[in-house]
Design a protein around this ligand. Sequence first.
Ligand SMILES: O=C(O)C(=O)C[C@H](O)[C@H](O)COP(=O)(O)O
Length: 235
Amino acid sequence: MPSNCRSSYCSVMCRLPTTPKQDPAGLHSSLAVSPLLAVLRPNCSTQAEQQVAAVAAAGFRHVELSWNAEPWWFDLLLDLQRQWPLLRFGAAAIREPEQLQAIAALGLTYAMAPIATEPLLQLAQQLGITLVPGVFSPTEIHHFGSVCSGASGLVKLFPAAALGPTYWRQLQGPLAPLPFCIAAGGIAPKDLASWFAAGVQAVALGSSLFDSSNCLRPGHIDSLAPFAVAKPNRN
Ligand SMILES: O=C(O)C(=O)C[C@H](O)[C@H](O)COP(=O)(O)O
């Protein structure tokens, strides 16, 4: 590139608006240390407590509970945060402003959504919550990952299993730099290595984790071990 072109290119690039990346929960850095999230969808507190103990023992640090409007769910999240101070609890399946407000009141600092909307991202920013929007297409990844007001620089590729790890790898050239990606939806522990090899930074695991007794299915510990951290203590 001739030097006069380089300088005009630079002056154009410098004038492009930059969007601050809002991540008050510091998910970029905590997922860099511990890149797995467990997404639990319990029917009652007892089931949730058993599942939390199982994923904590397996080395998860990020544990999300899927939104539930019943009163026990709110008491449960307050109890869990007291009992497991080294776990980072968040909420999943958040779609409405009222849900974000309710989880902020519980002291949760991050949440994931199956969808992406700018008003929800902006509200999350005002509440000091890192909201990870659900994205699927290249246009959504670009828009909600880096361009729109309120973007946190993180996206949740959802439902990831329907796309497969090759999909994310194919975006690396045309969409570079890609946002920090949590692959979620339909992923099993045996799939972790291929998702990380495709370039995602974190993976969320839910229904594939447990058997009917709320214990981790046999064989999972070995698949999870390379990505897990030391067991946290319970209070
Ligand atoms: O809606 C959300 O915010 C979600 O977190 C979507 C999914 O519930 C999780 O990604 C887990 O999905 P499964 O591993 O298929 O159970």
